[in-house]
Design a protein around this ligand. Sequence first.
Ligand code: FAD
Length: 454
Amino acid sequence: MPETHEIIIVGAGLSGLSAAHFLRRSAPGLDILILEQDSRPGGAVRSFKEQGYLAEWGPHGFLDNNPASRALLSETGLDRIAQKAPLSSFVRYVCHEGRLVQLPQRPAALLTTPLLSPLGKLRLLGDLFKKPRAEEQSVGQWAAYRFGPEILPLVDAAITGTFAGDYERLSIDGVMPGVRVLEKEAGSVLKGLLRKKRGAGAGMLPAMTSFPLGMEQLITTLATGPNIRYQSPVRAISRENEAWEIHTETGTYRAATVILALPVNRSLELLAAHAPPLAAIPTARIATVALGFTDKAQVPFGFGYLAPEREKRFAMGALFSTHMFPGRAPQGAVLMEALVGGRRHPERLELSDETLISRIYDDLRQLIPLPEPPCFSRVLRGDSSIPQLEMGYPALLTWKDSLEQGLDGLHLCGFGWEGIGMNDMMKTAKMVADRILRRVGGKRQKPEVRPVYF
Ligand SMILES: Cc1cc2nc3c(=O)[nH]c(=O)nc-3n(C[C@H](O)[C@H](O)[C@H](O)COP(=O)(O)OP(=O)(O)OC[C@H]3O[C@@H](n4cnc5c(N)ncnc54)[C@H](O)[C@@H]3O)c2cc1C
């Protein structure tokens, strides 16, 4: 007989653990089992600690402006120890013509930035007169049409920093659905933003959040409590007598309610038998190259920098980790974490660790005064890859909605559904938990417009 539970969650990454948290918080008596293929929780979230350096294989932080993640932090007590780096005081840089230039943090700052010519700045206002195009466009096509081509390197930097992606392939409707709604409703993005500005909380910049033991502290906290069965890769799911059966290599489980909290492509594999099979979506891998320097390194104050493709640099950018959060390097040392690879340069991940370290060091020292070579170096090659919400992605969401409505008791959340960031995961996990607890319909909420996208 299959082992039976009220709810089974497949995947103990941030999405699965968040869904379990929100369910257990509202209904502590629920019998929930999480099946995880790995021997550790967290999926893409994994911190690295060695010789006093604290770096990340995956995410480095998330913004504190999302109600679901704020709830999760206060309900677990993590809000009391969270480390915060506010965007209002921490600057970001973009690599522009071979040097680091401060990135405008607010739309108004675009008018004074040296990153755009006077004509380029004037062209931004062209958005007020451009009719919204109904058809799906790439992020690059959309941005050039609305704001002019000079904006593209900044868009490229933003997309590199979030998706490690290619702005010519990503879909604007997939990446910024809220901005598209705003554009269509108000007739222009700027008109829509001006209307929104009058609302409460307008103009407040959020803070980047991490924890003293790194991002993994969020995972270890969430994983303390729920019933997680590790080394249990789910191979198939089937519908038997009004319930779901979950088949792993070691056994079969049964539940009326199942949450697949998996990256899009893993869910598509498991769902192939229940719906017309869909092609996998593209993904992008990156490696983090963690470099420690003595304090002779003159790392500018701020979060870090991003490099648009046209700058032809080796690294996509680097985080100034010791500035962002305390405790990332031993006394007297600084840590930078450079990112390499991404959608456009997967071949760079084939290089040896030694080559990556020396190419990254060469790249960084052209931008930042680094009088000495690194005193610490590690290449962190994570297993996770970032789903790319490219052209055609909105059709996948429509497919998902009808699938969830047609397959009773089956819910989807996870990496690449409804976004790719940690806030997206926690928000969607909460929506799924609410839907299960209240048994409400699966209608998607109106997409939000965010004050900051990366
Ligand atoms: C390199 C990198 C950097 C990132 N940086 C940031 C950042 O700075 N800020 C930010 O907000 N976001 C960032 N992200 C995104 C963030 O990490 C994700 O939003 C989040 O971790 C996704 O969580 P998840 O649980 O949905 O998926 P995952 O983390 O992929 O977890 C899925 C889990 O399911 C398990 N699993 C898979 N298949 C099966 C199966 N068949 N059976 C059982 N278990 C299975 C996996 O082992 C895994 O534990 C980054 C991602 C990457 C890869």
